[in-house]
Design a protein around this ligand. Structure first.
Ligand code: ADP
Ligand code: ASP
Ligand code: MG
Length: 411
C-alpha cells in the first residue's frame, strides 16, 4: 500500500472550518486505499502570536524556552485535526515531533533533522490509522525539544516522505502552486506547472517563502516527489522534480525577493593574509549569516570590505566585530539598513550570456540603484533600497516576460 504525506500550512488551518476541510481532503486520499501521514503547522498566525507573547515578558528570551513555547502551536493543530478526522469516522492519531521520531541536532530555534525513527509511524500506519504529525519540531538525542526554523513544517513533511519512501508529498497552502514570483506582490505572476529542485532551492533560499529551503534540499537528496498545491482548490499544483522538460528555453524561471537586509562595511582593514578568515570565523561563531561579500583594494596595505547580513543580526554583528577589533585590525565600521535583495533564477542562464546586462539595464531604466551584486550559475541577486524592492521585482518579471511565457506553456 502506497503512502502519501500531506502537509497543511497555518493559513490552511486558521479556523475550525478549515481544519474540517483539511480532514475532508485526507478522507478522500484514505478512501483511495493509501496510507496517510498528515503534517500540520500551527493554526493561522499562532506562531507569531506566541513570539509576541514571549516578547511581552522578556525582550531576549532563551531559545530553549522559545522552542518549548512555539511547539505548543503545532500541538493544538494535531489534536484538533485528529478530532476532525475521528468525527468523519476515520481512525487517526496525533503525534508530536518527538513521538513521531523526528530527531534533530542539538540547536534551538533552527535545528536540522538528523534522523526520523520510523517504528511508531510505521506501526500506526500498519494499524490503518491516519497519522497526524506536528511539523516544525523535533527532539535531540538528549531529549531536548527543538524547532526547525520558521516555515519548518515543510521540512518535517518532506523528511517523513523521504524516510517512508512515500509515493508523493503534497504541500497544501494558500496559493495553487509555485508562481513565477510572489503573487501577493507581483500581480502578473503565473503558476509554474513544474520546476527543478535546483531552481526551487535557489528561489526558496532567496526569499520565496512558499517552501522552506531545507525541505527542497531533502526532496532533492532523497528524490521525493513533491507537489505544492492549494489546500482548497482541486486544480493541479506545481511539481518539483529533477529535470523539467517543459519550457526548456526559459532563461529565467522566477523572481524572488527579501526585505530586512543590511550592508556592513569594514573600513581600513589591514591587508593581512588571514584578515578575511578571522572576520568570517568570528561572525560564524556567533551564528551570523553573511550573504554577499565585496572586497575592494584601496591601496597596498588597507582595504574596505562590505558584506550583507540580515538586519536582525546587525546589533550582534557590530558588537562582535568591535570586540575583536584589535585581532582583526581595522579602522571603522559603517552600515546601511533598509535594503532588500531581488533575484532572478533560472537554469537557462548558464548558457545565455547577457542576462546580467539585461537585468542591470532594466533596473537602471527604472531608476533603481544597485548596491551589491552576486551571481551563481543559475541566479543573479542585487541589493537595492527596500522601498524599491517591489518595483524592481515587477520590472524584472515583466522584462523576462514571465507571466506571458508561462501562460503560453500551459495552453
Ligand atoms: P503556509 O502557511 O501554507 O506554509 P506560507 O505563507 O509559508 O504558507 O507560503 C505561502 C505563501 O508564499 C503565499 O501566500 C505567497 O504569498 C508566498 N510566496 C512567495 N513566493 C512565492 C512563489 N514564488 N510562489 C507562490 N507563493 C509564493
Ligand atoms: N508554525 C511555524 C511557523 O509559523 C512552522 C510552519 O508554519 O511551518 O513558522
Ligand atoms: Mg510555509
Amino acid at each position: 500500500m502506497e503512502t502519501i504525506v500531506i502537509k497543511f500550512g497555518g493559513s490552511s488551518l486558521s479556523t475550525t472550518e478549515k481544519i474540517k476541510n483539511a480532514a475532508e481532503r485526507i478522507v478522500r486520499i484514505k478512501q483511495q486505499g493509501k496510507k496517510v501521514v498528515a503534517v500540520v503547522s500551527a493554526m493561522g498566525k499562532t506562531t507569531d502570536q506566541l513570539v509576541e507573547l514571549a516578547g511581552q515578558i522578556n525582550a531576549n528570551p532563551a531559545k530553549r524556552e522559545m522552542d518549548m513555547l512555539l511547539t505548543t502551536g503545532e500541538q493544538m493543530s494535531i489534536s484538533l485535526l485528529s478530532m476532525a478526522l475521528a468525527d468523519k469516522g476515520v481512525d487517526a492519531i496525533s503525534l508530536t515531533g518527538w513521538q513521531a521520531g523526528i530527531v534533530t541536532e542539538n540547536i534551538h530555534s533552527n535545528a536540522r533533522i538528523l534522523d526520523v525513527k520510523t517504528t511508531v509511524l510505521k506501526q500506526k500506519l500498519d494499524e490503518g490509522k491516519v497519522v497526524v504529525a506536528a511539523g516544525f519540531q523535533g527532539v535531540t538525542e538528549e531529549g531536548e525539544i527543538t524547532t526547525l526554523g520558521r516555515g519548518g513544517s515543510d521540512t518535517t513533511a518532506v523528511a517523513i516522505a523521504a524516510i517512508l519512501g512515500a509515493e508523493r508529498c503534497f504541500i497544501c497552502t494558500d496559493v495553487t502552486g509555485v508562481f513565477t514570483s510572489d503573487p501577493r506582490f507581483v500581480p502578473t505572476a503565473r503558476k509554474l506547472p513544474s520546476i527543478s529542485y535546483d531552481e526551487m532551492l535557489e528561489l526558496a533560499n532567496l526569499g520565496a517563502g512558499v517552501l522552506h529551503p531545507r525541505a527542497v534540499e531533502f526532496a532533492k537528496n532523497y528524490g521525493v516527489a513533491l507537489e505544492v498545491r492549494s489546500s482548497v482548490e482541486d486544480e493541479e499544483g506545481t511539481v518539483i522534480e529533477e529535470e523539467v522538460s517543459m519550457e526548456k528555453n526559459l532563461i529565467v524561471r522566477g523572481v524572488a525577493f527579501e526585505k530586512g537586509m543590511t550592508r556592513l562595511t569594514i573600513l581600513g582593514l589591514n591587508n593581512q593574509l588571514n584578515g578575511l578568515s578571522s572576520i568570517f570565523t568570528v561572525l560564524a561563531d556567533h551564528q551570523i549569516d553573511v550573504d554577499i561579500i565585496i572586497q575592494s583594494q584601496t591601496d597596498t596595505d588597507k582595504t574596505n570590505l562590505s558584506f550583507s547580513i540580515k538586519t536582525k543580526d546587525l546589533e550582534n554583528a557590530m558588537e562582535v566585530l568591535e570586540e575583536h577589533k584589535q585581532k582583526i585590525g581595522y579602522e571603522g565600521l559603517e552600515h546601511e539598513v533598509n535594503l532588500a535583495k531581488v533575484s532572478i533564477v533560472g537554469s537557462g542562464m548558464v548558457s545565455n550570456p547577457g542576462v546580467a546586462a539585461q537585468m542591470f539595464q532594466t533596473l537602471a531604466s527604472n531608476q533603481i540603484q544597485v548596491k551589491m551584486v552576486s551571481t551563481s550559475e543559475i541566479k543573479i541577486s542585487v541589493v537595492v533600497n527596500e522601498e524599491q524592492m517591489e518595483r524592481a521585482a515587477q520590472a524584472l518579471h515583466e522584462e523576462y516576460k514571465l507571466g506571458a511565457i508561462v501562460a503560453e506553456a500551459v495552453k
